[in-house]
Design a protein around this ligand. Sequence first.
Ligand SMILES: NC(=O)c1ccc[n+]([C@@H]2O[C@H](COP(=O)([O-])OP(=O)(O)OC[C@H]3O[C@@H](n4cnc5c(N)ncnc54)[C@H](OP(=O)(O)O)[C@@H]3O)[C@@H](O)[C@H]2O)c1
Length: 228
Amino acid sequence: MVEDTKQFYRIAIVGGTGKEGKGLAYRWVLAGHEVIIGSRQYQKAQRAVAIVNELFDEESDLLKGMENKDAVEACDIAVITVPYAAHRPTLESLKDVLDGKIVVDVVVPIVPPKVTKVQMPPEGSVAQEAQAILGDNCNVVDAFQNISHERLLAEGDVDCDVLVAGKGKAARQIVLGLVKDTGLKGWDAGQIENCVVVEGLTSVLIGLNIQHHVHASGIRITGILNQV
Ligand SMILES: NC(=O)c1ccc[n+]([C@@H]2O[C@H](COP(=O)([O-])OP(=O)(O)OC[C@H]3O[C@@H](n4cnc5c(N)ncnc54)[C@H](OP(=O)(O)O)[C@@H]3O)[C@@H](O)[C@H]2O)c1
């Protein structure tokens, strides 16, 4: 008999009350992970839990809502889905509880009004900004920057791949597993310096959305046979 080696995690989504966070929560609960939707306000987290639960046939015991700090304290892996303007203050306020964890950064450095122009922070990327704030004891890994929440919340196949880049191959492997559990194909895009490409692509995709009057253009890696 083949042993089932699938790992289940308790995942906290900081700012999980938003569009992208709810989409990820929905997909991970479907895959059997425990998900804590984090918010600055406990009641807002509970409302988001109720909204995501409406997508299931019945209320899920795997889904909870907490204030961001409590959510991160209780989790194995933290996911950051706040607007870029809130990225630094949010991480600074959660630094102690994030210590030693894998931090999946979903944040894109969108700086309105020029949302179709790539605008990277001085550290090189949002992920590098996070790594500098949190220190070496954390592993910051970028993922899902190029996936629209509309695709995550829709049923079925998401026609888009996920580039995973960040600190530490082992951490990237864990995040690639979480990507697979959302039903998407992930690719190891390498070390944290490569996050500039992952994050920068989103502005390009927003520009394509505007040009072609769509909401959710995405990317595919091609030319690799026998992909697992
Ligand atoms: N939406 C997408 O399709 C998409 C796709 C790829 C990547 N992303 C990235 O994912 C991140 C989240 O996107 P989103 O569309 O989900 O954003 P959003 O809905 O605008 O915001 C997400 C949550 O962030 C929290 N937040 C807002 N302002 C804050 C502040 N000043 N301080 C602390 N927390 C604050 C709020 O949670 P509480 O009020 O509950 O605390 C809010 O519900 C962004 O960085 C975005 O670039 C989004």
